[in-house]
Ligand binder design. Sequence first.
Ligand SMILES: Cc1cc2nc3c(=O)[nH]c(=O)nc-3n(C[C@H](O)[C@H](O)[C@H](O)COP(=O)(O)OP(=O)(O)OC[C@H]3O[C@@H](n4cnc5c(N)ncnc54)[C@H](O)[C@@H]3O)c2cc1C
Length: 466
Amino acid sequence: MTASTHYDCIIVGGGVTGTALLYELARFTDLKRLLLLERRERPAQVNSHAHNNSQTIHCGDIETNYSLEKAAAVKRTASMIVNYATKLPARERERIIFTMPKMVLGVGARECGYLRGRFQAFRSLYPRMRLLERRDIADIEPNVALVDGTWRRDEIVATGTPDDYCAVDFQALAESFAAQCVRMDRSSDRLVSQLYGTEVSGIEKDGGLYVLQTSRGPMLARAVVVCAGGHSLLMAQKMGFGSEYSCLPMAGSFYFAPEALEGKVYTVQNPKLPFAAVHGDRDIATDGKTRFGPTALMLPMLERYNPATIRDFFQVLNLDRDVIATLWDLMKVRDIRNYVLRNFLYEVPWLNRRLFVREIRKIVPDLTAGDIEYAHGFGGVRPQLIDRRTRELKMGEVKIIDGHGIVFNMTPSPGGTSCLGNAEQDMRLVAEHLGARVDWPAFERELLCGHEDTRDVPTPPLAAVC
Ligand SMILES: Cc1cc2nc3c(=O)[nH]c(=O)nc-3n(C[C@H](O)[C@H](O)[C@H](O)COP(=O)(O)OP(=O)(O)OC[C@H]3O[C@@H](n4cnc5c(N)ncnc54)[C@H](O)[C@@H]3O)c2cc1C
């Protein structure tokens, strides 16, 4: 083994999570030898690809299932993306983050009452957020408030911001992190390497080192962070970690309509449902289109449109009595049962558009089935974990930490938004393990200040620890 295959830290996976971590380790620590390994030829070709997610910076203002405490933590990590991008030259920034209107829409007396109450509770955390009455909504999103030039019949109200950074191209963001790392690699005596087209097939511990078997031969590291989506759990379980989890890959598909919305319109979440309610978004990567979705369908593969990952799915499903009992408990709830059935039908040709349009008429009332088309080739897979011990479906990201230098990240939505916050936690863990120095003042200047100052918000706790 040559010195060129020895690293302080190796990151597996070059989506927005892995590239954000490489960037933070290179920018804020004194570690000398860093490497990122990614099996695709370029960064962010799986869930972080611009076609495969909803492109939303989730900052907690319109996510009606978040408590105030959760919203504050999410706001801190979401602001890191905006603080990072607003410090870039305009040409680069304009490829990454986008301003547009964003709102959560209440339809009917119950939802409108709920949103008015929520606005009072959340407004101090979001000073730019406004309560939007019918007329305000019509000014911002005419197709939501009006049908053929007259008011829609239902009672509506919304909360949101008419013009703020709320959309992001996670692929462009990952490319920006990767490009910054290339610059740091060239301009210093430190090694900040990225190897694309390089698959990791296994990780073993050998004394104090981790040995990664890769398609370019073995590589050694003192610390490893796996940011490989659902494959992170597969790699963890092969090493004997995370056996308490099973992975349920929830695919999300989208439908296109011609320019129906100016920005993002979310709907009030049904608290009994485990996934975000359908929303409409002006697509930042496909000109002149509004994207509606995502749907939620359990698919037996860890990467969308990649049948080679079907076998991997069966390995991390770990189907046993606890998993079956968890699924059974979920299906006993009528709202969940109907939701699962509906989402299955949204994938059935011919029927899908006719059924889906009924759901999104809540957002744009005069859409017809003829106006929308299934977005072929768009959409990703959310690797949701089931905790077999507690028999619960975990809703956010999960981190498995062995305490001896290896970390595994599973990143369903809003994992794109959390990339820099997640990297902060991993950077802390890696630095502590390796005895490295972190330049926290530079970290604060770059990521916690600027467009939004979140220095007072406490660092959120780790997502989950093994
Ligand atoms: C339908 C949908 C909508 C979403 N909408 C939003 C949203 O609006 N906002 C938001 O914040 N989040 C959203 N998300 C979640 C977000 O897309 C993900 O959390 C985020 O992209 C995860 O990034 P990642 O880098 O962890 O994973 P990925 O982008 O999936 O990257 C994992 C990488 O690991 C690589 N890899 C896997 N195995 C190996 C191996 N053996 N060797 C080497 N490399 C390997 C893969 O090739 C891939 O590049 C959405 C997700 C879906 C599916």
